[in-house]
Design a protein around this ligand. Structure first.
Ligand code: PXG
Length: 461
């Protein structure tokens, strides 16, 4: 069933009526409407002009099993006919919600055996924030209200999750929750200033110690962090970072919340990012890959200790109409079944992760590439103006990245520009040949973008 769309009319209606997420509305108007994505199969998306684009972003960091999986459509179809909706408010639950909770608990190795459902990553993070506050009230430490998160972290767009995030651009717009402060991010390429890993880690650990001392440990409810920052530009912590940070959090009795919205569901070669790093958080949030983005669903998983404490407190006054939506939960279960059957998590660890790292290394000789890095199936390319000195394009980050990104899309590969970093996060079903194609197309994109980068002040080879 191939539908034909009147793309010009859709673009006209897009400008006339549709306000897209995280967008410069005026830019969309100037462009005469958004690029309309009409269909997708495997690792490819197709736009209204018929351009087939290799989707190296897995949608928005989420389509783990690739596009066009009939099993997921069948799971949704069957569940819609049997029970399209029921809620969890009336001492009721549905089979898919219960089964998915048990499955997620299993995937955490039963370290986080209790699971609360929401519909988006932002809501899962807000849920974690509310659980943390409630937990400390019930523990008799109601003064623990403050959160510490990290600069350039991303936790969502609701007022709670956005306040936790550390992106200056989003913070400028507010409104914010009070009681949240940020420590430095482990961004080696951008901020280590020549320190080796061990010395940089020591600086970051001291920054956290200082922040805790300034706020007062007994006022701090939780430290919230992504295992690897995704939206911030695939910021991979240096060796030893988590081994230094986690004991500090523990020593001060602060809860550790890990935001697994991007790192969860195989992205780093383990079911969850904290497992990859050998960390035992108190709470994790997940979304995106849990359903491969086929339907919106997210979750917040907690330790037995937290669940038992919440059980002492009467009603936990939090929940959404669609918490544990049966169709979304059924699709998530089918998605996880595909991932297990096809061994996708081990495939990232043993095969695709190393393959992507080796393929990315081909970009290192590029005139305007300062660093390539990857972990599992998350990769980044740092664009610099002068390779010899490491000088960045300026004055602000984000002048060069979009130029190369647009060139990449024109060459048929979808990557994302975060400032002057290109980031990628391909589906877990990608083949070696398709990874090679990403790199081939990025080479062409850098060649296409070279005149513009030189005009922007880039140093010639
Ligand atoms: N936590 C993390 C770690 C995320 O990456 C969210 C929470 C929020 O999820 P929802 O489902 O509420 O969007 C995210 C989302 C980008 C980009 O520009 C990244 C995200 C969302 C939108 C854009 O890379 N991550």
């Amino acid at each position: 069933m191939m539908r034909n769309y009147d793309i010009d009319e859709l673009r006209r209606l897009d400008v006339a009526h549709h306000l897209p997420p995280q967008a410069d509305f005026a830019e969309i108007v100037a462009l005469g409407g958004s690029r309309v994505i009409t269909r997708a199969q495997g690792v490819y998306i197709e736009d209204g002009e018929g351009l087939r684009i290799l989707d190296a972003m897995a949608g928005l960091w989420c389509v783990q099993v690739g596009y066009g999986r009939r099993e997921l459509a069948d799971a949704a179809h069957a569940q819609m006919l049997e029970l399209p909706y029921y809620n969890g408010f009336f001492k009721t639950a549905t089979p898919p919600a219960i089964t998915l909770a048990a499955k997620v608990a299993e995937l955490t190795g039963y370290r986080l055996p209790h699971v609360f459902f929401s519909n988006s990553g932002s809501e899962a993070v807000d849920t974690a924030m509310r659980m943390v506050r409630r937990y400390w009230d019930l523990k008799g430490e109601p003064g623990r209200t403050q959160f510490i998160a990290r600069t350039n972290g991303y936790h969502g767009t609701t007022i709670g999750s956005m306040s936790l995030g550390g992106m200056a651009r989003m913070h400028a717009q507010g409104p914010h929750l009070p009681g949240i402060s940020h420590v430095r991010q482990p961004y080696g390429f951008g901020e280590a200033e020549g320190l080796d890993d061990a010395a940089f880690v020591a600086v970051l650990a001291q920054d956290l110690e200082d922040r805790i001392a300034a706020v007062g440990a007994h006022n701090i409810a939780a430290f919230v962090a992504e295992p690897v920052q995704g939206a911030g530009g695939v910021i991979i912590p240096p060796a030893g970072y988590w081994d230094a940070i986690v004991p500090i959090v523990r020593r001060h009795g602060i809860l550790l919340v890990m935001d697994e919205v991007i790192c969860g569901f195989g992205r780093l070669g383990a079911w969850f990012g904290h497992q990859h790093f050998g960390i035992s958080p108190d709470i994790i949030t997940m979304a995106k890959g849990i359903s491969s983005g086929y339907l919106p669903i997210s979750a917040t998983a907690v330790t037995a200790e937290i669940a038992e404490t919440l059980r002492t407190g009467g009603e936990f006054a939090h929940g959404y109409t669609y918490s544990g939506h049966p169709v979304a939960a059924a699709v998530a279960l089918a998605n996880i079944a595909i991932m297990e059957r096809e061994g996708l998590v081990a495939r990232v660890a043993d095969d695709l992760g190393p393959y992507l790292a080796a393929a990315l290394a081909r970009l290192k000789p590029q005139t305007f590439v300062g660093e390539v890095r990857s972990i599992g199936l998350l990769g980044a390319v740092e664009i610099v103006a002068d390779k010899a000195t490491g000088r960045r394009f300026g004055p602000e980050p984000g002048t060069a990245g979009p130029i190369v990104r647009d060139a990449a899309i024109a060459r048929g590969v979808m990557v994302r520009a975060v400032g002057d970093k290109l980031v990628m996060c391909p589906p877990l079903i990608i083949s070696h040949a398709e990874i090679d194609l990403i790199i081939d197309r990025l080479e062409l994109a850098f060649a296409d973008a070279t005149p513009a980068l030189l005009a922007l002040g880039g140093a010639p080879a």
